[in-house]
Design a protein around this ligand. Structure first.
Ligand code: MC0
Length: 146
């Protein structure tokens, strides 16, 4: 089978909404032997978060991102109230987030961000409306890493 270029380079991370970040860090660390590589508070996004690395053995890989809301009226706070804990979004790695935003917007998908915002670990991010992507809140990530 031919391997061609795709719009996305990798699944960068899966974001999980949780009520108690420390409790879920313990759960994921113990169950899957994952390690926390970054912890941050992102005021703009209204979250306290931890990134747990899944290594691919070649210096790359992806992450589980655990998200606890800072307030009830933040995106993750509202999600927890409506749907409870669980998968909140899937994030795809792109080489250039602004370029990917334009390309996807041209296909009629609503962007939730007019311009790239600050994401975990120095990344640049933008969200796509879940109603235009089969019910999946989708994030585009231009990682700080190569
Ligand atoms: C809401 N909906 C979702 C959803 N959140 N569907 C799938 N996945 C989700 N996570 C659905 C609702 O069920 C509802 O459908 C409809 O979308 C409107 O939702 P709502 O409850 O009325 O809430 P809104 O409209 O106030 O906000 C939803 C929206 C918002 C997705 C637009 O949460 C947003 O702008 N999110 C992007 C930013 C974000 O999520 N930041 C937190 C992660 P029905 O059928 O009931 O009408 S920050 C992060 O992850 C950063 C730090 C990083 O990765 O680096």
């Amino acid at each position: 089978m031919e391997v061609g270029h795709t719009m996305f380079m990798r699944i960068d991370h899966v974001g999980i909404a949780c009520r108690d970040l420390d409790e879920k860090i313990r759960l994921f660390s113990e169950l899957f032997e994952l390690t926390v590589v970054a912890r941050e508070v992102n005021e703009e996004q209204g979250v306290k978060e931890a990134m747990l690395h899944i290594a691919d053995g070649e210096g790359g890989g992806s992450y589980i991102q655990l998200l606890e809301p800072l307030t009830e009226d933040s995106p993750v706070g509202k999600f927890l109230a409506k749907r409870g804990e669980g998968v909140h979004h899937v994030a795809f790695g792109v080489p250039d987030v602004a370029e990917a935003m334009d390309k996807i917007n041209e296909k009629g998908v609503r962007l939730l961000d007019e311009r790239p915002r600050h994401g975990s670990m120095g990344s640049q991010i933008a969200f796509l409306h879940p109603k235009d992507v089969g019910g999946m809140l989708t994030e585009l990530v231009q990682a700080a890493r190569p």
